[in-house]
Write a protein that binds this ligand. Structure first.
Ligand code: NAD
Length: 256
């Protein structure tokens, strides 16, 4: 049986290591027959991401720091020469200063606030603008969000505000790109132990709280997030745009 993403070319930003949600998504995309191009943020990540790309049989590995317009322009130019056409883009990128994920939100500095917004929210707009011209047959852009966008989660702070802006950006981009049959959605994942998550103070308490209270009484598996991304990237998701899909063992429906 052909895979759900057979014949599709996907760009996946945000693999730092094998625990990255982007890596789980890349693996699921390969399983479903997609060709994938991975990016790495900087030289420090290069060797790791190249090894993971080999393991997956990725078509290419390209450099891209999303704070650099020059990097984004070069990425678009490289993708234009190969693979030439994109069908899916996965934006799995976020960053905030560690101190802003530990002290009261009230103490957030102007520079820390702007940094979190630039990398975790604006970059989706910049990436969508770079990729959309290559999505000539339509396509699917997927980003990763978290419940902290709409609820107060201890220590998530400035990142919650960035995720709120990210989710609003999903809706505006969906409106702009819908006429080109490009769909834009977010997956709001339950907490998963990754390098980024470890930067949040008392993250292990969040994990144990979710496992106790979520309707499914467990935490989220990265493979579940990846399979939701397959759905959104595939023809099965063709009617879905501007949405935030929760893949969180149901935690978000609970009151107390
Ligand atoms: P991760 O640390 O593996 O991935 C974060 C990625 O962001 C890394 O690859 C890093 O290199 C990249 N990045 C940061 N700054 C960048 C820049 N300037 N240019 C390019 N790339 C940059 O952690 P993850 O948990 O897999 O995070 C992926 C996404 O999932 C993030 O948006 C995160 O907020 C979101 N998310 C994570 C969880 C969780 O609990 N782990 C839950 C919900 C949503």
């Amino acid at each position: 049986m052909p895979g759900l993403l057979e014949g599709k070319n996907a760009l996946i930003l945000g693999v730092a290591n094998r625990w990255s949600l982007a890596f789980a998504i890349a693996r699921a995309f390969r399983r479903e027959g997609a060709e994938v191009v991975l990016t790495y943020q900087g030289e420090r990540q290069r060797a790791t991401v190249e090894d993971l790309a080999d393991e997956l049989g990725a078509a290419a590995v390209l450099a891209c720091d999303v704070t650099s317009d020059e990097n984004l322009d070069r990425l678009a130019a490289d993708l234009k020469s190969s693979p030439g056409r994109l069908d899916c883009v996965v934006h799995s990128i976020a960053f905030a200063n560690r101190e802003d994920l530990a002290r009261p939100f009230l103490e957030t500095s102007r520079s820390g606030y702007l940094l979190a917004q630039e990398i975790s929210s604006y970059s989706l707009v910049a990436v969508a603008r770079a990729a959309a011209p290559l999505m000539r047959s339509g396509g699917s852009i997927i980003t990763l969000s978290y419940l902290g966008a709409s609820r107060v989660v201890p220590n998530y702070n400035v990142m919650g505000v960035a995720k709120a802006a990210l989710e609003a950006s999903v809706r505006y981009l969906a409106s702009d790109l819908g006429p080109k049959n490009i769909r834009v959605n977010a997956i709001s994942a339950g907490p998963v132990k990754t390098a980024s998550a470890r930067g949040i103070k008392d993250f292990s308490k969040v994990l144990s709280g979710v496992a106790q209270k979520a309707p499914l009484r467990r935490n989220t598996d990265p493979g579940e997030v990846a399979d939701a991304a397959v759905f959104l990237a595939s023809e099965l998701g063709r009617g879905v745009t501007g949405n935030v899909l929760f893949v969180d063992a149901g935690f978000q429906v609970m009151g107390l």
